[in-house]
Each structure stands twice: as C-alpha cells, then as structure tokens.
Design a protein around this ligand. Structure first.
Ligand SMILES: Cc1ncc(COP(=O)(O)O)c(C=O)c1O
Length: 370
C-alpha cells in the first residue's frame, strides 16, 4: 500500500467508526452454514408483518416507469403528508429514510467550532452526523437510560446549532411526556434547531407521548422527523420525512440530493399512509409481542428497560457478548449495544409470535446451559 487514504481524509473523520447495522440473515447463514429459513432476525426494529398488500400493488403499478427519474420534489407524497398533518407542502421534506434528514440537518447547520447536544445512549446516527460535519458532540449523561432534558438545556451555548432528541429513543425505548417536551421547547434558545426524532411514535398510544406536530406552529426552530421504515413496514425502500417551518425545509432542500427518494418508495409511501388498517395491525402486533417478551423475560428472571418502541433492551447484568454469540449459533439475531456503552444489554426487536417464542426458548436453553 502506497498511500494512507484515511490519513488524507478530513481530520474529523479519523476517529469515526461506521454505523453497525443488524446482521443480515444471509450473512449469518453464510458464516455459520445455516439455512436462512431457520434464522430469526430481531435485530433491526423491522416490522414483522411484511409489507402491506396495498403497497405491493402500488409498487407493481409503478414498475414500468423505472426508466424514468422519480419526481425530485415528491409532489404527491408531500401533498398527502401535508394533508395528513394539516400543514403546508412547503413544510415537508422527504428523505432517503429519516436518517437522510438527520444527516442533512447536520450538514446544513453544523461545522467546526459549532456543537450539537444529544443524550448518552441516543440513536447512533446523531454522533456520526455531527462528527462528519466537523462539529463537537455534546453528550449529556442519561437519567435512568432516558434523556435528561433539563441537563441537556444546560449544555446549550451560543455555539450550539442543533439538539437531537428521540421520543421514544433507540436503543433504550425510553420516552418523555407532554410536560417535559413543552418545558424543553419553551427553554431552548430560538437559534437552536430542535430535531424531534419520532421514528417510533406510531407505536405509542396517542395519550402516552406528545405529538411533536402540535408544536410546529409555535416553534419555527422545531423539526419533527418520522419514517415509513417502522410501523409502516417499508424499511427496505428507505423513505422518511420531516415537518418543520417552511424556512427550515427550504434550507434542507438546497443541499439534498436531487432524487433522494426513489420512485418505488414514493408510491409505496403514498399507499402506506392511506392503509390505516395496516398501521392498526402493526400497533396491535407490537403490543402483543411486547407483552409476550416481557412475560417471557420475567419468567427467566431478567430485567429490561420499559420501551414504547418496537424493541426492548434486555439487561443481562453481565457482559452480554457470549449470550449474543450463543444466540447467533442457534440462528437468532438480536442487536448487541456495547457500541452504545451498554455492554450488558441486548436489544431485541418485537417479531411475530413465533419469532418471539423462538427467541425466548433459545434464550432459556442458553441461560440454563450456563
Ligand atoms: C431513533 C431513530 N431515528 C431514525 C432512524 C432512521 O430510520 P430510517 O432512516 O429507516 O427512517 C432510526 C432507525 O433505526 C431510529 O432508530
């Protein structure tokens, strides 16, 4: 090797580690010579229902148009989202997943000398996006694994441009209530953009968590991000969005890739948004699966963090890597979260009844084998 291209990359990228996704089924099958059909993946907070049939029909209808570029402005989807939330289409920004929007916010408002504030154990993309932008990550210690919003306020200074908050948070599943959000928004200085990441909000009953959309009219510095990847079951298509003031949306629009959401994703998201029955079933399956896992974990004498997402972080009270390995060897993929500073935990996504049962059975065997 003649040249060290990492050394030549921007200084702020030197210490950056890539995002580690959940292990794909095919990868584990290759590594351990397992039959993919026998593998259960509960590692990426995916929807176990499979895609809505209405979405599949919409995609099929769009297939003959694949030679064309997508509508770069996502006109129809923006119209539908605007109608859904009672906002103007100019307030809607579409992303290649909501991850795209988080990156775009960091690129637009963060730079060396500036900082972003977020919580310990918050979603991994916040530090990655902040670091890529060359800004400082101000990580605020969590309170009971959740965001300590009061402590986060204390970390904001004149160089803060963005605060990332996830409600509920991944990987902990923790959440904050209406009063906490209202006090927080009222106290954040107006030059600081609040990214309220609601990737899992559809799983929570409406009375349990604040609806970020309600605060947009009063807070021009608020961006609410949501996604079709979770409760709408479209993770593979990569489509998410934000609603914000039109001015914030305009800034993001200037730096986003011209065709950042593909044509199949656009039609699929339109169909998904209209399929209320699918959303209802997603929620219901998640509630039932969560209860099944909680009961099963309880029976095994294990603890977990209460979660409002489609996943649960289980506390093994010892380094969980050996248990993770044993699960993999038995064809069950969950998510280690040592990278989040939670080495004793494994995050388990809610699967179908059978997948959850398989996880619990295999875990029981592993724990009793000692
Ligand atoms: C809290 C949170 N925000 C955002 C995302 C990004 O999801 P997507 O890019 O699929 O919309 C995720 C994905 O896991 C997440 O957990």
């Amino acid at each position: 090797m003649t040249c060290n291209f990492l050394a030549l990359a921007r200084p702020n990228l030197q210490g950056l580690s890539p995002y580690v996704p959940g292990k794909p089924i095919e990868e584990l099958a290759r590594e351990l010579d397992l039959n993919p059909a026998d593998i259960v993946k509960l590692a990426s907070n995916e929807n176990p229902l499979g895609p809505s049939p209405k979405v599949l029909t919409a995609i099929e209808k769009e297939l003959p148009e694949l030679t064309r570029y997508p509508d770069g402005n996502g006109f129809i989807l923006k119209q539908k989202l605007a109608e859904h939330y009672g906002v103007e289409p100019e307030q809607v920004t579409l992303g290649n997943g909501s991850n795209d929007i988080l990156d775009l916010v960091a690129q637009a408002w963060l730079a060396p000398g500036l900082n972003a504030v977020f919580s310990q154990y918050a979603f991994a993309v916040y530090p990655i996006a902040t670091t890529i932008a060359g800004a400082e990550c101000r990580v605020v210690p969590a309170k009971d694994y959740g965001h300590d919003l009061e402590a986060m306020l204390q970390e904001i200074d004149e160089n803060t441009r963005v605060v990332f908050v996830a409600n509920p948070n991944n990987p902990t599943g923790t959440w904050f209530d209406v009063t906490s959000l209202e006090q927080f928004l009222a106290a954040v200085p107006e030059h600081v953009i609040v990214v309220l990441d609601e990737a899992y909000i559809e799983y929570a009953a409406s009375s349990e968590l604040p609806d970020g959309m309600k605060y947009l009219a009063n807070y021009p510095n608020l961006i609410v991000t949501r996604t079709f990847s979770k409760a709408y079951g479209l993770a593979g298509l990569r489509v998410g969005y934000s609603i914000s003031s039109a001015q914030i949306a305009d800034v993001i629009n200037r730096i986003r890739e011209p065709f950042n959401v593909n044509s199949l994703a656009l039609v699929a998201a339109c169909a998904a948004l209209e399929d209320e029955d699918y959303l209802f079933r997603s929620r219901q399956a998640n509630e039932q699966g969560m209860e099944q896992l909680e009961l099963g974990l309880n029976a095994l004498g294990l603890r977990w963090i209460n979660s409002k997402g489609n996943f649960i972080a289980v506390d093994f009270q010892q380094d969980a890597s050996a248990i993770n390995q044993a699960l993999l060897e038995r064809g069950v993929i969950v998510r280690p979260v040592a990278g989040y500073g939670m080495p004793n935990f494994l995050r388990v996504s809610i699967g179908t009844h059978e997948e959850n049962a398989r996880f619990l059975t295999v875990l029981k065997q592993i724990l009793s084998d000692g």
